[in-house]
Design a protein around this ligand. Structure first.
Ligand SMILES: C[S@@+](CC[C@H](N)C(=O)[O-])C[C@H]1O[C@@H](n2cnc3c(N)ncnc32)[C@H](O)[C@@H]1O
Length: 242
């Protein structure tokens, strides 16, 4: 493991050591319901949750009857999830300490899910091929990702975030998911990108005003969502593979 990887793993270990609480997501969570629609009936299917973190999304799919393998490179995250599954008698989640780049060793899977993980994985071109070999023929992938499409957002991220009172929340190595990386997936899969909402103006409230005055920014997001040019700049996207 390189020095950079060790530092990043430590960053995530600290995150999960300082907050080990695990909450089940709402059964009607719109993102996860969307994922479920894409995967179809997951009962008895082998599903991989990459970069599972606390494992809330794994709990959701396990509740729907999937045999979930939850992987993360943070040993603290994996230990927390193992304890939670033991304490709550959840037999159909198997937490595994593993780097995303190694998932082929535990495949194949009927479905692969990830929330905010693809943009952490490098080199992404190699990973796209690994992912193809990890998903069984006819299987699917569903990823909830951030998005590097907006040049303005990238400028703000580079020059404003991390200064004054605006806290940088990332692990230092990560960069939002890039359109070029979507194209790398297209070399192996049918890819459908969907923007469930416009998350753009609300970031102004989140970063500059610590989530105060959210309402006017939400109105702007809702209004501009109807324009495809704006929609593509949303900071949140679904990347669906089949
Ligand atoms: C932004 S968090 C997302 C956690 C969770 N999926 C969620 O949505 O709440 C990113 C997670 O990916 C893990 N991670 C980052 N890079 C990874 C890699 N190369 N292999 C495995 N896990 C990784 C981190 O430990 C962390 O748990």
């Amino acid at each position: 493991m390189s020095a950079d990887t060790t530092q990043v793993t430590e960053f995530w270990n600290n995150v999960f050591a300082s907050d080990s609480s695990i909450e089940r997501p709402a059964i009607d969570d719109p993102d996860l319901q969307n994922a479920l629609r894409h995967f179809g009936d997951v009962q008895g299917k082998r599903l991989l949750d990459i970069g599972c973190g606390k494992g809330a999304t794994s709990l959701f799919f396990a509740q729907h009857g999937a045999e979930v393998v939850s992987v993360d490179f943070s040993e603290v995250a994996i230990e927390n999830l193992k304890k939670f599954c033991r304490a709550n008698n959840i037999p159909n989640i198997q937490p595994v300490l593993l780097r995303a780049q190694e998932i082929e060793t535990i495949g194949p899977f009927d479905g692969v899910f990830g929330s905010l993980i693809l943009h952490h994985i490098e080199p992404f071109n190699d990973f796209a091929a690994i992912l193809r070999r990890t998903i069984a023929p006819g299987g699917k992938g569903f990823f909830i990702e951030n998005n590097a499409s907006s040049k303005l957002m990238l400028w703000v991220r580079k020059h404003i975030v991390g200064r004054l009172w605006i806290t940088r929340l990332s692990d230092g190595e990560e960069f939002p998911f890039e359109p070029a990386e979507v194209e790398m997936l297209r070399a192996h899969f049918d890819v459908d990108v969907e923007y469930p909402e416009l998350l753009y103006f609300r970031l102004i409230s989140a970063y500059l005003f610590r989530c105060r005055m959210m309402k006017p920014f939400e109105i702007l997001d809702n209004f501009f969502y109807r324009y495809p040019g704006f929609r593509r700049c949303s900071y949140r996207q679904y990347v669906k593979l089949s």
